[in-house]
Design a protein. Sequence first.
Lengths: 189, 386, 360
Amino acid sequence: MSEETPKPDATPEVKPAEAKPAAPPPPPPVTYPRSAGVTMAAAPKASLSRFLGDAFGLFKGMNVTMRYFRKPSRIVTREYPENRGTLKMSERFRGQVVMPHDEKNEHTCTACTLCEKACPNGSISILTTKNLASKRVLGAFVYRLSSCTLCNLCIEACPFDAIRMGHGFEMATFTRDPLDLILNKTEGR
Amino acid sequence: MEALKTSAPALPPGFSLRETRADGSQEYFLNMGPQHPSTHGVLKLVVRLDGETVVEVVPHLGFIHRAIEKMGENETFVQYIHLTDRMDYLSSHINNLGVCMAIEKAMGIGVPERGEYIRVLVSELQRIQSHLLWWGAFGMDLGAVSAFLYGFKEREKITQLFEELCGARLTMNFFRPGGSNADVPEGFIGKVKELLEEMKFSLDEFDTLISKNMIIRERCFGVGRLSRERAANYGCSGPVGRASGVDFDVRRDDPYSIYDRFKFEVPLGSNGDCLDRYLVRIAEMRQSVRILEQVVAAFPEGQYRSKEKASYKVPAGSYFSAVETARGMFGTYFVSDNSFKPYRVKSRSPNFSNLSALNEMAQGGKIADLVAILSTLDLIIPDIDR
Amino acid sequence: MTEIPANNPVGDFLRANLPAPWAAIGNGLIAVAALAGLVTVTAIFLIWLERKVCAHFQARLGPTRVGPFGLLQPIADAIKLLMKENVKPRGVDALAYFLAPLLPITGSFLVLAVIPFGPTLQVVDLQAGVVYVVAVSGLGILGILIGGWGSNNKYSLLGSMRSGAQLFSYELSMVLCMLLIVMGSGTASLREIVLSQQGPFWHWWIIKMPLAGVAAFVLFMVSSTAELNRGPLDLSEAESELTGGFHTEYTGISFSMFFLAEFVNMFASAGLGATLFLGGFLPVQLGYAPVDHALAMLPGVCWFFAKTYSLIFLYMWFRWTFPRLRIDHLLSLEWKFLLPASMANMLLGATLVAFRWIIP
């Protein structure tokens, strides 16, 4: 505080004026006069023609809503549970992470844990095991949907396209347990 | 029946009701929020009222504080991108872009031509989408409920485009250092062209329904005035600052990406009232349409991303980038200690500064004015608290 | 002017077969039961209609799930509301809090008693019908004021104080518009007013009194929108400002009473508008005999409902198009524009009546 005080004294040296033209700006007023600065410069003059124009504008607004009312083709509602059969998510839709398996029930995951490292919130845990040839293989791909933010980073990180974003979006469950998923169907391959 | 025991509650610091006046009347407090239809989220406003006239407004923050900046310190630079989706969720693409630009500055990564075009394309679509939602919410706050649905109906088209583009509708996580996560899907540009045509029609319709409506003009003109000086002092940016006459737009004054190649105007208001903030946003949508038309006309072929890399070891130093979101200047500040994770992250969010002007704007108005001001400030509460 | 008999067969039957006092009581009971039925059915239908109309104004479908076209949706809602606990928040004034929801519905019920639904369908034809309507419709305001005060909630209080100021002032211009018709027709009985509009449609008071009629109709529609607490003049509810206004604290059956009253009020008000300005239960006559005969085949009650529902549609159209006014704008609109305008209109009407410049 004491170091601050010389500063106002410094200004009069530069401007040896009489009163306080160079005084520090006053603190912001507590109550700002809301209408003090209103010049109404842009306010059109109150006139009968303006009033009539404005009133006519109201009817034009009513015409907009009436256009919607008259044209049921402009209705955008989609009735969700009924249209489930025809509902198409777009190609890149990011639902929960899935691990595609081929017809032999095999996946391409090599348990390299790149996805685990890429995940920002620890939703993925790769548990490894050893197969008969003593090779390190995927034991369980644990995926915690409850903490996943569907950010797509694990899919970008995967060099083998072993996981991808599914199109499922109905993820609500009554308990937390079903949200801990193991994505690989078979162990140790 | 038990009698209600009322004891004078301890007032929060800085608060005091004025003495009871000669006619026996007194000021009183009203808690608007955290559950209130027009605070758009978990913002709590403690309003000191004299009858229906607002004497003072004190915003209480922190209901949705998630420590995103602190979380950023524990995540790699690339992982941090997806957290910025959760700040200003209506400008998530633009927030992502800000983070990516800071990383690019640090690493000296260039972006290919097509990547830059995608960035501008997506940013401007995002701006329109955000303003459309604002337009609907503005209508609803002022009691025109149909406007809400019309705004959302138009916004849905853009959201659908985003879903095709990056698979998400709100939390995009699309941009990456050096470009974007993916190329635009096939036929995307054609769809954007169609959308722009529809957009022009809907903007005219919006004008007829709300902009030229006499009730709206009555309720907004001269309400919630913020002078140019005060707006600049508060750090208001974006449409709020520009409506008050603060002639600043990051896209024009500190051009990032390839904004310097496109012709567009920065709409400015003169009164700094609710009507100006409204009109500035509507004009901005038209300008965004104009930019988008130039983008789709010159959309080049080629690479969309320079070189993919899973994580970046950012050299020690501090890096800053600024982008213009739908609400103002969004700054990202990284301090790196030569590691994969930032040492410190700071976001400069436009909403926080814009909110700070609320008290000054609302004083002397009615409760209905306060609602109109809140609506034209276009606050996104998660961006205030982060 | 052709005389239309006012007796209906049910009343005549009772009068013929019962001693006089019992016939009067029986007729009264039947009338009250019919009116109660009408109130319930109308409210339920109007809730459905409002939702459907609002949805179509907003490019939506509206209720589709319960029953065909969602027709049973209001009934499902009613069941839900009735099953809810009737919460009494701490600190409320119990008498005021539970009395308030009953008053608006009572008021609108009483208004319906004098409205002629058809040539022979009217509970009672008061000589001072218009005055009576004005008197009893004030009950609704009382309910809102008491409810807002008794709720011990600042939002409720603000809402009810707003509505007090709003409804009392808009009552003035509404009464002046009604008085204009009383002046023109020379009677305050609603049935007589309807009968004074016989003939082709330019004999309705909206056209019959040149200019003044249309002006009075517009003023009536605006001020009755305010009276009904409907958007754009729903200041006392003001969902985005006061969360719920006077009914913020109400749940369950108490809330549903307010809700019901809002719709029955709208019906009563539109019915009044149809009666005063659009010829009430009289059929639309185009002045071309063959068509007129065909149109007159429809019973009066159908015409009444058709006219009433078109006015109701107008109310809905207003509500789902316009933004809400601010309280000071609302009051200055009334005191600085509507009231002077209706007074001037009254003067114009008086001149027209005095000089017989009325379409014969």
